[in-house]
Design a protein around this ligand. Structure first.
Ligand SMILES: *Cc1c(COP(=O)(O)O)cnc(C)c1O
Length: 359
């Protein structure tokens, strides 16, 4: 395994090595069944067992109360941009915080289904900042307040849970399982799994059951939370392999000490990189200090040419996928749960060395 790299990709992204090994060891014959999980009927006893265990482990890690249901859906986080308004906009309006690319896309999609009120829009700051609660403009007719907890592309993260009279709806795709969450405060939480949990193809939704059942008549059955709750996510064939992989990741998180342990590690990892940025006159951080993400660190060198050289030099050392998103340019280091501390140490050392050699 010494030929593995440190993969700083924003998504799909690094998985824990022990999870990949476990999946590898079971790939031909899962639990004496004589077949791979990939080959199993989703109605089989073996898969039903996997499904129930994954759901139970995820619920216990996230401390999901009985008022909420956990759903395993498809269509990525992007399908939720449509599902959320179709199911939750029962009186026809919602407040959206636009703090980056994905919340903007969610707001634009929701406009197809009702009236969207923009509670804040940080595009003038190139999404380098998360607004304070006092800067949010919330209406009193809104069916829900929507925000994206961690802005994967811009590298900003909400440092507080916003409060709103309407139910909170949150895209946690790029921070879920990185810290404890008070699920009770939320009407709906969702996350595409390919950032911090499992291979792409599965979206986890945690929904307050009392919010389901008010969907618009046009809502496709497959997008109906009520239908999915009543069928325990098995309205059609679920992404069995992704669910199994999510289970392995949840077991790993639990063995590592749960979400508080994940939070400590994410503080340590991100601090290693932010310390270099703070001490440097060479690198510029994109996010404002009070809005920094622990998951995606965005920064740049003094020029595009040096950014490119940085990426190339890093790759030669086995530090890969550090190029920033095309929307921001520059550099981005994604530091998800599965990134070993050693990867962040190696990156911070490389950053310091690169600076000395290029100032
Ligand atoms: C990646 C990402 C998305 C889009 O996810 P898809 O699964 O590709 O639809 C949405 N929101 C956030 C915060 C993301 O990081």
């Amino acid at each position: 395994m010494s030929d593995r790299v440190f993969n700083f990709s924003a998504g799909p992204s690094v998985m824990p090595e022990s999870v990949l090994k476990k999946a590898g060891s079971e790939i031909l014959n899962y639990g004496g069944s004589g077949m791979s999980v990939m080959e199993m009927s989703h109605r089989s006893a073996a898969f039903t067992d996997i499904f129930n265990n994954v759901k139970a482990t995820f619920k216990s890690l996230m401390n999901v109360p009985d008022s909420h249901e956990v759903l395993f859906l498809q269509g990525g986080a992007t399908a939720q941009f449509a599902s959320i308004p179709m199911n939750l906009m029962k009186s026809g309006s919602a407040d959206y915080a636009v703090t980056g690319h994905f919340s903007k896309k969610a707001a634009v999609e929701a406009e197809k289904y009702g009236s969207v009120h923009i509670a804040c829009d940080t595009s003038a700051e190139n999404h380098s900042v998360i607004p304070a609660q006092s800067a949010l403009s919330l209406t009193d007719i809104s069916d829900y307040f929507y925000y994206c907890a961690n802005n994967t592309i811009y590298g900003t993260q909400w440092q507080y849970v916003p409060s709103s009279a309407a139910p909170l709806v949150c895209d946690m795709s790029s921070e879920i399982l990185s810290k404890p969450v008070d699920v009770e405060k939320y009407g709906l939480i969702y996350a595409g799994v390919q950032k911090n949990m499992a291979p792409a193809g599965l979206t986890v939704v945690i929904i307050d059951k009392s919010l389901a059942g008010h969907e618009m008549p046009i809502t496709p059955e497959i997008f109906s939370y009520k239908e999915m709750i009543s069928k325990d996510s098995m309205l059609n064939t679920p992404p069995c392999w992704c669910i199994y992989m999510l289970g392995l990741t949840c077991d790993w998180v639990r063995e590592m000490g749960g979400l508080s342990a994940m939070e400590e590690l994410s503080i340590e990892r991100s601090r290693l990189i932010y310390d270099v940025l703070d001490e440097s006159r060479f690198y510029t951080a994109h996010a404002q200090a009070d809005s920094r993400s622990r998951m995606n660190v965005t920064f740049r060198t003094p020029s595009d040419a040096l950014d490119a050289e940085f990426v190339k030099g890093a790759a030669a050392l086995g530090l890969v996928n550090l190029k920033g998103h095309k929307k921001t340019g520059g550099l981005r280091a994604s530091l998800y749960n599965a990134m070993p501390i050693e990867g962040a140490v190696k990156l911070s050392e490389y950053m310091k060395k690169f600076e000395v050699e290029h100032v």
